[in-house]
Design a binder for this molecule. Structure first.
Ligand SMILES: Nc1ncnc2c1ncn2[C@@H]1O[C@H](COP(=O)(O)OP(=O)(O)O)[C@@H](O)[C@H]1O
Ligand SMILES: [Mg+2]
Length: 296
């Protein structure tokens, strides 16, 4: 019997975390929910240990779901060390820390994808207000996104470079990098492919609410099953997941005027809507995958 943890930022597990905990128990193993803030690093002489209070943390595997959203740089640095030590202890961490971190940055994501020839929208990420303004003028229709964001929160679509100028100036005064991306017209929907261990496990269209360009479920988008995943789409989703060093990912794909475009690769995707519309349970598959990797 293995002990498999689910690690996240919140004190209370969210729905995907609960699904994972349930699937771990169902497969006959020990499930443990651990808020990352509760894991301490103890250095005593030559001995370096992760602990939950006085008890040494010993797990065979862990699902890393979140390292926190509104956290300070110093908290982030501490948590990085915790997770690195966890991986070094021999535990199988899904997603692996390196890929998880890359996928958290929209900038790292487009860089890694573009380098492997995966189509992404033209993107400029800068702290130079004047240059960002010039790029907005060139792009004519563009999207400003938080470099670390999800669920469509905070992404704005603009076409007026001077409105963008005011927004970007404000963002910079709060030390936020500017992430400007050319708007890709799409047919009122995009595609969410959930890749698990080298296969598309499930796929759906996300239909944008009337009049909106965002398809996120959190923004009122609605899923419908995508039964037939054509080989080009399948290969793209798998390649994008691997490009970031992820074992599983929710890949967001647009159907642009000149073909598929990858918008995002989520290293800890929510799957509520996907599970509902496809009647498939990603958590059970993920538990199979982590167990097979623990056994290796
Ligand atoms: N460059 C773009 N052009 C058109 N639509 C986009 C573009 N980038 C993202 N979107 C749409 O915006 C929404 C959020 O995109 P995404 O980049 O995945 O951010 P988030 O992390 O907030 O989900 C999705 O509905 C996606 O289809
Ligand atoms: Mg997205």
């Amino acid at each position: 019997m293995y002990t498999i943890a689910v690690i996240a930022d919140s004190q209370i597990p969210d729905r995907p975390c609960r699904d994972l905990l349930q699937a771990i128990k169902k497969s006959g193993h020990n499930a443990k929910y651990i808020p990352i803030s509760r894991i301490s690093v103890v250095v005593d002489g030559e001995n370096v240990e992760l602990r939950l209070r006085e008890v040494k943390l010993q797990v065979d595997g862990a699902f890393l779901r979140s390292i926190g959203f509104l956290i300070d740089l110093e908290q982030f640095i501490r948590r990085l060390t915790v997770l690195r030590l966890l991986e070094e202890s021999g535990a199988i961490v899904l997603n692996p820390l390196e890929g998880f971190l890359k996928s958290r940055s929209k900038l790292e994501t487009v860089v890694e994808l573009a380098r492997r020839g995966i189509p992404v929208p033209r993107t400029v990420c800068t702290e130079d207000l004047y240059y960002a303004y010039v790029c907005c003028k060139e792009m004519s229709e563009f999207v400003l996104k938080p470099i670390q964001g999800s669920r469509g929160f905070g992404a704005v679509k603009l076409s007026d470079p001077d409105i963008a100028f005011q927004v970007m100036k404000t963002l910079l005064s709060y030390k936020k990098p500017l992430y400007v991306q050319k708007f890709v017209p799409k047919p009122g929907r995009d595609i969410r492919a959930l890749v698990i261990d080298g296969e598309v496990f499930a796929c759906m269209y996300r239909i944008a609410p009337e009049g909106s360009w965002k398809t996120n479920i959190a923004q009122g988008g609605r899923g419908t099953v995508c039964e037939k995943v054509e080989p080009e789409l399948r290969e793209l989703a798998i390649k994008a997941t691997e490009a970031l060093g992820l074992v599983y990912a929710g890949v967001d794909i647009g159907e642009g005027p000149s073909g598929y475009v990858v918008f995002e690769v989520n290293g800890s995707p929510d799957w509520r809507e996907l599970a509902q519309v496809t009647s498939k349970n990603p958590a059970e598959r993920l538990v199979e995958v982590i167990i097979s990797r623990i056994k290796r």
